[in-house]
Design a protein around this ligand. Structure first.
Ligand SMILES: C[S@@+](CC[C@H](N)C(=O)[O-])C[C@H]1O[C@@H](n2cnc3c(N)ncnc32)[C@H](O)[C@@H]1O
Length: 206
C-alpha cells in the first residue's frame, strides 16, 4: 500500500469508503505476541481504524473503546465486530486524537500505526501514557523511522516517523519494558519483503 505524505480526517474517510477492508481483519502480530497473556480488562485502541485489533482484544474478553477520527473506518470496524460476535464489547468513539484526553483509566492502552508530526505526536502519546491505569500497560506499535531506508512500505515522510526510544521521554512515570525495532515480513506481488516496525511496551506500577 502506498502512502500520501499527510492524511487528514477526510482523506482517511475516503480511503475507508470502499467495501473491502483497507487493512487485514487479522490482529497485528506484535499485539498478539505482547497482549495474549494479559488478563482482560478495559482497553482503549487509539487510531483503531477498522478495529481489527479492538476486535481481537474483545474476542479475548476485553471491553474496548475504539477511538478514531474516521467514522467510516469505525463503521467498518463495528461491522467486523458484529461479524465476529463481539459488538457488545467494542465501543466506537469518533474523535480527533489531537484533542483527546482519556475519559477513564485503562488496563491496556494500544496505539498501532498512528503516525503524526510533532507537536501533535507528543500530545497524543503523552495522553496515551496518562490513560494507563495502575497495573496497566501501554503498547505502541508503529512503522520505524529506519523503515524509510531499510524496510518495505509505510509512510515515506520522515516527519511522521520515529524510533521507539524517541517516544520514551513522553511516557511520564510509566516503567519501560521494551522499546525496540522489530521486523515484519510482508507478502508482496514481488515476493516476500521485510518492513521494520517498532514495539514499545511500558507499565504503570500497581
Ligand atoms: C494506519 S491506520 C491504523 C489503523 C489501526 N490501528 C490498525 O493497526 O489497523 C491509522 C489510523 O489513524 C487514524 N488517525 C490518524 N490521525 C488521527 C487523528 N488525529 N485522530 C484520530 N485518528 C487518527 C486514521 O483514521 C487511521 O484509521
Amino acid at each position: 500500500m502506498t502512502y500520501p505524505r499527510r492524511m487528514n480526517q477526510h482523506a482517511w474517510d475516503e480511503r475507508y469508503a470502499g467495501a473491502d477492508l483497507v487493512w487485514t481483519a487479522e490482529a497485528n502480530r506484535f499485539l498478539v505476541a505482547e497482549a495474549a497473556d494479559l488478563p482482560p480488562g478495559r482497553a482503549v485502541d487509539l487510531a483503531a481504524g477498522e478495529c481489527r485489533n479492538a476486535v481481537w482484544l474483545a474476542e479475548r474478553g476485553w471491553e474496548v473503546d475504539a477511538v478514531d477520527f474516521s467514522a467510516v473506518g469505525l463503521d467498518k470496524g463495528i461491522r467486523l465486530a458484529e461479524h465476529r460476535g463481539v459488538a457488545t464489547r467494542v465501543h466506537p468513539t469518533v474523535a480527533d486524537l489531537g484533542d483527546w484526553s482519556a475519559p477513564a483509566r485503562y488496563d491496556l492502552v494500544l496505539v498501532a500505526y498512528l503516525h503524526l508530526p510533532r507537536p501533535a505526536r507528543d500530545r497524543v502519546f503523552a495522553a496515551a501514557a496518562t490513560a494507563v491505569a495502575p497495573g496497566g500497560t501501554l503498547l505502541v506499535i508503529g512503522h520505524d523511522l529506519s523503515n524509510l531506508e531499510r524496510g518495505y512500505g509505510g509512510p515515506q515522510d520522515p516527519a511522521v516517523l520515529t524510533t521507539a526510544p524517541d517516544l520514551v521521554p513522553l511516557l511520564g512515570d510509566l516503567d519501560l519494558v521494551r522499546a525496540d525495532p522489530v521486523e515484519r515480513p510482508v507478502t508482496t506481488p514481488e515476493g516476500e519483503r521485510v518492513a521494520i516496525d517498532h514495539v514499545l511496551r511500558a507499565v504503570r506500577r500497581a
